[in-house]
Write a protein that binds this ligand. Sequence first.
Ligand code: HEM
Length: 418
Amino acid sequence: MDRNYLAEDPYSLALGDIDPAQPILFQHDTMWPYFERLRREAPVHYSKAGMFGAYWSITKYRHIMKIEANHEVFSSDVKYGGITLRDQPLDFVLPMFIAMDPPRHDAQRAAVEGIVGAPSLAQLEILIRTRAQAVLDNLPIGETFDWAKKVSIELTTQLLATLLDFPWEDRRKLTRWSDVATAVPGGGIINNEDERRVELLECLGYFTQLWNERVNAPPRGDLISMMAHSDATRHQSPMEYLGNILLLIVGGNDTTRNSITGGLYALNKFPDEYSKLLADPSLIPNMVPEIIRWQTPLAHMRRTATRDFEFEGKKIRAGDRVVLWYVSGNRDEEFIPQAHRLIVDRDKPRRHLSFGFGLHRCLGERLADMQLRICWEEILQRFGRIEVVEEPQRVFSTFVKGYVNLNVQIPANAVRRH
Ligand code: HEM
């Protein structure tokens, strides 16, 4: 008989039956007590019967840091399965540098690191601000609309198109490919792996044209040109190119998108914090990392043990999947007081795991930080309290922790002159 995860009481299950890696729990936002219990009673925990096979759950902040720091034992390499719970299918392997170990990882990462260098960020800042202004100036007043669609998706897709110098009129394709790449079959985006392959191969076809244009042109500041002109990536195979493109698309898309949505949702859940912010917009730079912690847009990364290893008294075997639950580490009260609350003036807000840790720590961190800061600066210039009018629908995934929609209203009396 199929297990009904939504009907279970996480506190009355036998510890061995706890299996938090179920998309339905994330879709209903009901995974929290499972992680609370694991942090308290079994912080290094083995689930025998996961949706994608057996796996270890690491749920405490300091344990996640320890594993991330030990990349020789806990590998990200796609040849062991990669960085998500679902192993990459062997007949459709997509190598990408987030799923590589040194030295290949380091060389490929270095090929695109210029995108977050100071000159690139200074240029992008102007563009991001102008675009945020245009999007916010066009929002409807006094009527319900979907913030995720009109603001979050719009702004992040625009940024991604700029980073890749992607044809502007086709930029919505980027959103679609990102959704397809991370979707769980049957969750509303794709029905099966074949559908995923067909669309991802279309993506490869499109990007191959862009590559061919850029490889023979002088180097420019976009991500495709950077890869086409670097020794580390110039000779990558088509599947590796597709893998790296998807990494950049997913990395720059779902994550920032769900932070923009999650921030407004969280401020509505904690109205006193919203009041604090409205009274003092200089809190924005502090609030941004706090939003990213509270939201935790990527719920986990996975590693695979390359050899038998004893960790915190448990025997992890070579080949075992090890899931680093950022979503749980970011609520670990031993490390973060009142972790379930959004506190816009929290002390040391950058102490969180949302960007990971160690050699794979997020490449786009400064970009994400800047985009959110500008977005909130421009919002507060224009509007007072924007009201969430109903609970959002959430994504069916244990990897991307985000929203399908967020219906809001900007009351007429919340519009400020600027
Ligand atoms: C709030 C926004 C974001 C969050 C929460 C986020 C989260 C993460 C996480 C958790 C990792 C893996 C870290 C690890 O394994 O230790 C990662 C890696 C990465 N992210 Fe982000 N990310 C965000 C925005 C971005 C943006 C805007 C880009 C830009 C294109 C980006 C590009 C990447 C890349 C390329 C990697 C792979 C780094 C490596 O393997 O060395 N991310 N990100």
